[in-house]
Design a protein around this ligand. Sequence first.
Ligand SMILES: [Zn+2]
Length: 107
Amino acid sequence: MRKEIINTWNGEKVELNISSDEYCCCPVCGRKSDDKEWRPYDKNGHPSYDICSCGFEYGFDDDGEPPYEKSWSNYRKKWLNNEIEQHFDKKMTKSEKLVQLKNIGIE
Ligand SMILES: [Zn+2]
């Protein structure tokens, strides 16, 4: 796992986790992307407006302006506690979620 740092247009930093086989992981739920090129935010930190299977929409659930970490962690807590109504993952158990979160270094 390596980190990819984006210096955003408004002077903040966005830190993304890239898996050892070079796929970017969702900064909220740790889900590994299906596409090596995919990033939730572009090289200036602008959101992709993609929606992850955890239901997080980059650019909407984070208010579209860096820093994003706080909205990621708030959403992550709700996702872990099954408080997200609109999600697209097959029901994951809490322990499956915790395993997935290791992709982004959260234990
Ligand atoms: Zn996600």
